[in-house]
Design a protein. Structure first.
Length: 239
């Protein structure tokens, strides 16, 4: 019933965009810029979603990636790029949220979102939409940590532990999953040993590189995998 109400409200919002809400749209969209050389902007794309409700307001912790406040970022929707948006990423539900002045928070239509980026503490996080195919190894929004001859992806999520705090409050904590694209395959990486086994064809060079550059791979920090993959790709390119 709630989903039906949300859908109706969102539909009404879209229906009146061109008329009674026209003035508010001009004010709201003045805070972002649009980049596309071939097609005019379609503001309704941003509002083509559902009204968001917080399911975890009483939990210890929150469901968001990086910060529970809205961050500046950009979104590509059906090939059209919108910059300087206020967005945040709900990684429990794998949904992207948009805040525009004078409107309720919108859960953006995942079927239309190609990718998005977030800026946090002077770093840009680039997310792609890997799709909704449940049979695929990689699906939903994933962070692209490295893209070269090989590629490294990280899927972030948060787990809800009912009554995990003193038996009174739900507890939320973050986990991540790492995937390596090698050739045409995307392979789950479960730890340091797994990563090194996937690079076994350059074992001697890899170990020498790690030793001479004092590189340590830490599972809790997938960024530490990147120099190794960049070096591995350089060996591949020199063949």
């Amino acid at each position: 019933m709630v989903k039906q109400v949300q859908f109706i409200l969102a539909s009404l919002l879209m229906l009146f965009t061109g008329s009674c809400f026209g003035h508010e749209i001009i004010q709201a969209t003045s805070t972002f810029s649009y980049v596309n050389q071939n097609r005019p902007p379609d503001k309704q794309l941003l509002l083509n979603g559902r009204i968001w409700r917080n399911q975890f307001s009483k939990a210890v912790g929150d469901q968001f990636f990086l910060s529970n406040t809205f961050l500046r970022g950009s979104v590509i929707i059906n090939g059209l790029r919108f910059n300087n948006l206020n967005i945040k990423y709900d990684i429990i539900n794998d949904e992207l949220l948009l805040s525009i002045e004078s409107y309720p928070i919108i859960m953006m239509n995942k079927e239309m979102v190609d990718s998005f980026s977030l800026t946090f503490e002077n770093r840009i996080y680039n997310m792609i939409n890997a799709g909704t195919d449940t049979s695929a190894v990689l699906r939903g929004y994933v962070n692209v940590l490295y893209s070269g001859h090989s590629a490294l992806y990280v899927k972030y999520t948060k787990q809800l532990h009912p009554l995990g705090v003193d038996g009174r409050y739900d507890l939320i904590n973050q986990v991540h999953f790492v995937y390596l694209k090698k050739g045409n395959k995307i392979i789950p990486v479960t730890g340091k040993r797994k990563l090194l086994s996937l690079l076994e064809d350059k074992k001697r060079e890899i170990r020498s590189f790690m030793k001479s550059n004092r590189i340590r791979i830490r599972w809790k920090d997938p960024d530490t995998f990147v120099p190794l993959l960049r070096y591995y790709d350089s060996l591949e390119n020199n063949l």
